[in-house]
Design a binder for this molecule. Structure first.
Ligand code: AMP
Ligand code: MG
Ligand code: MG
Length: 319
């Protein structure tokens, strides 16, 4: 069955299992208690933690996917990884069943035509805080993100949430084949907007204020991770607003694929599509705006003040 499916379907079927293996690694490192945290940020640019879980999970994801598919381009968040013995060579059978639904264009994609964007642990700041404050509820905000781009745009995505309920969950989508692992909300009388917990800035706050005045943000919830915020949007929040630079392509590729398959939208805060070619700038300098299928994306775009948009161009200016 595996060998008969198209390459994209096989890649997603593997990635679902690989994301779950990465989730297992994260849980093991957490249970071991020694996170070996290092700060990746350049001096003076805030705090950007990396743990042993980020390093091991990325190693496992890259090794596992390359064993099956040696011609794919993988771009992962972590430059430094830690070798670990876990290699996942299984595949998810439910994904293979969707192969008959994928479009002819997606069915003919070849290994050397995709870019796989990997965030082995989205929400590391929340992990660090959970341990520091002994507040394990924050671990719900951790996700493993594997996004697949073709011709610069997302065509499939996997969001694994290891600490959801007792055994975690995996939400995945292939373009045109719906969302699996969660039933997207179709409306909500309250418009709740989710935003960053750890990277708040003046421009994020100003954008939120503007949305409040137009009744597009009845309340604001500050939570960690791009993966978790998009799961919140899928489950009843109206939008994820981040009017600031700093979020990267590996944060948005998988979640854009999943959200789009559910009828939602993800662009930068000026309404521009985010590109995922292999040589693209890594930083989403235009910010991030993700909206649920039941709200008007364009209304959110139009309400964010032009001055904020002007300060968040698509490409970072050279100093
Ligand atoms: P947040 O919404 O702050 O949890 O961020 C979502 C994702 O974007 C996380 O992976 C963050 O690490 C990343 N991110 C956002 N802003 C920054 C920044 N200023 N520096 C580094 N990473 C950032
Ligand atoms: Mg991340
Ligand atoms: Mg990460």
């Amino acid at each position: 069955m595996f060998n008969k499916a198209s390459f994209l379907t096989r890649l997603v079927a593997s990635s679902v299992r690989v994301s779950e293996a990465a989730g297992g690694i994260i849980k093991n490192v957490m249970a071991g208690g020694d996170l070996k945290i290092v700060d990746k940020s350049e001096t003076g640019s805030g705090y950007d933690p990396q743990t042993e879980a980020d390093r091991r999970a990325q190693y496992c994801i890259v090794q596992s996917l390359q064993k099956h598919f040696n011609n794919i381009t993988i771009i992962g968040e972590e430059e430094d990884t830690t070798a670990c013995p876990e290699v996942e060579l299984g595949f998810n059978e439910d994904v293979l069943l969707t192969d008959r639904l994928i479009s002819p264009e997606l069915a003919q994609i070849k290994e050397n035509e995709v870019v796989v964007w990997v965030d082995p642990l989205d929400g590391t700041s929340e992990v660090a805080l959970a341990v520091k404050n002994k507040n394990l509820a924050l671990l719900e905000q951790v996700t493993v993100l594997i996004g697949i781009a073709y011709k610069g745009r997302p065509v499939a995505g996997i969001i694994h949430q290891p600490y959801h309920s007792t055994s975690g969950r995996t939400v995945w989508a292939i373009k045109g084949c719906g969302v699996h692992g969660l039933v997207p909300a179709t409306g909500n009388p309250q418009k709740t907007v989710v935003t960053t917990r750890s990277h708040l800035s003046e421009s994020v706050s100003s954008a939120l204020e503007a949305l409040k005045t137009r009744n597009l943000a009845d309340n604001v919830e500050k939570v960690g991770g791009a993966g978790f915020k998009v799961l919140k949007v899928l489950e009843g929040c109206a939008a994820y607003v981040f009017a600031s630079a700093g979020c990267k392509k590996w944060d948005t590729c998988a979640v854009e694929a999943v959200l789009t398959a559910a009828g939602g939208r993800l662009t930068d805060i000026s309404g521009r599509d985010i590109r995922y070619e292999p040589d693209v700038q890594l930083n989403n300098t235009g910010g991030v705006l993700a909206t649920a299928l039941w709200v008007k994306h364009q209304e959110y775009i139009e309400t964010i003040p032009q001055e904020i948009k002007n300060n968040l161009p698509e490409i970072a200016s050279k100093k």
